[in-house]
Design a binder for this molecule. Structure first.
Ligand code: NAP
Ligand code: HSE
Length: 356
């Protein structure tokens, strides 16, 4: 089959970046045939920090560089994939790619939640899109669901378990009786945790994702300083046992709620979930996002929220979309500045036994 070949520049070849390489090695023909011959991708540059690191792929050494700028400058690279994490070098890279008119695919929720206003504005100005399916809930196609499938709905509530590391830790503490540090170590070895796991356990990784979901659901850019965030660091085995005796499980829950006055409430915190609640059985690295729309009613999205294959699968779906649409006309991006975010500074006990 004759496919158009698109050159991809991959920044980052860790858990997710190497996963993208592996999927393209394994399923490039499948992708080409499923896109009726319109899409074939070739990775033409890979930027990493350390050229001497041993890597478990057959990627040729001549593709590697430590210079992120090469991805933007190389004319054979049409799309830049940012999978290095952090908000400094990643911000510079994404800005440079957009300014050069190269679409960007990223899984970096911290970058988008904290620097979304600058980046989405630049994307609009340059008419060059940013795709970010991998930034929320790993392999679950929740971004496309909000941007496309649920576009005819007012979104009344979103309740999600959207940090795989915390969920994995809580489950291992509950079921295997592991202490917190051992459970965290396992999550790191499995490639679920961030390079710096602080954001996973202090709630901010989930909060960044909730901010992105809130922006897409309600159409305005959300100031991350106004959301309420607590992590799981202080959850003890005793809390978990106590919750269980009362008929609850402890989960790190993220909520995006539309209040009656129209204000949007966004919070991430450890919460008591009734054992009968549909989210209570979401265990380990699995994530789930329960969305209530005014037309569709309740919908539940479930799948692996972290790890190599699931996350790279989302990156690939964005890459295919980027290959198909070489313009900024895509889905819905937050631009409405009129909606209001409730400024959350007070804690409250969260218990849930039904959709909010
Ligand atoms: P990772 O395993 O730590 O890999 C990071 C990669 O980036 C490494 O290859 C590293 O190079 C490279 N790198 C870092 N800083 C660099 C710089 N300044 N210049 C060039 N290369 C640089 O991270 P990951 O787990 O793949 O995550 C990547 C991104 O995806 C993050 O934004 C993360 O939040 C997001 N994400 C991850 C998951 C997951 O399950 N892991 C899920 C969803 C989203 P070296 O290899 O030489 O060290
Ligand atoms: N560290 C993140 C998590 C990766 O554990 O959910 C997926 O975004």
């Amino acid at each position: 089959m004759n496919c158009t070949v698109t050159g991809v520049g991959l920044a980052g070849f860790g858990t997710v970046g190497a996963g993208v390489w592996k999927i393209l090695q394994q399923n490039n023909e499948l992708i080409c045939s499923r896109s009726q011959g319109t899409v074939q991708m070739e990775i033409r540059k890979i930027a990493v920090r350390d050229l001497k690191k041993t890597r478990d792929t057959d990627a040729p050494a001549n593709l590697f560089t430590t210079n992120l700028e090469q991805l933007v400058d190389d004319p054979s690279v049409d799309i830049v994939v940012e999978l290095i994490g952090g908000t400094d070098a990643a911000f510079d890279l994404v800005c440079a790619a957009l300014k050069a008119g190269k679409p960007v695919v990223t899984g970096n929720k911290a970058l988008l939640a904290e620097k979304g206003p600058e980046l989405f504005t630049l994307s609009q100005q340059q008419r060059t899109p940013i795709y970010f399916e991998a930034a929320v809930a790993g392999g679950i196609p929740i971004i496309k669901a909000l941007q496309e499938s649920l576009i005819g709905n007012e979104i009344n509530s979103i309740a999600g378990i959207i940090n795989g590391t915390s969920n994995y830790i809580l489950q291992r503490m509950t079921e295997a009786g592991l202490a917190y540090p051992e459970a965290l170590q396992e999550a790191k070895q499995l490639g679920y945790a961030e390079a710096d796991e602080t954001l996973d356990v202090n709630g901010w990784d989930a909060a960044h994702k909730a901010i992105l979901l809130g922006s897409l659901a309600h159409g305005f850019l959300i100031d991350y300083e106004n959301v309420y965030v607590r992590g799981i660091e202080k959850v003890t085995p005793l809390d978990i046992r106590f919750a269980s005796e009362l008929g609850y499980v402890v989960k790190l829950l993220s909520l995006v709620l539309k209040r009656e006055n129209g204000e949007i409430e966004i919070r991430t915190q450890p919460s008591f979930l009734s054992k009968k609640h549909i989210l209570a059985s979401v265990n380990g690295v699995f994530n789930a996002v329960a969305i209530k729309g005014d037309q569709v009613g309740e919908s539940l999205f479930y799948g692996r929220g972290a790890g190599q294959g699931p996350t790279a699968s989302s990156v690939i779906s964005d890459l295919v979309e980027a290959c198909r649409n070489n313009s900024s006309e895509r889905g819905f991006l937050p631009t409405d500045q009129k909606a209001a975010l409730l400024r959350l500074i007070t804690p409250r006990l969260l218990t849930m036994s039904a959709f909010p």
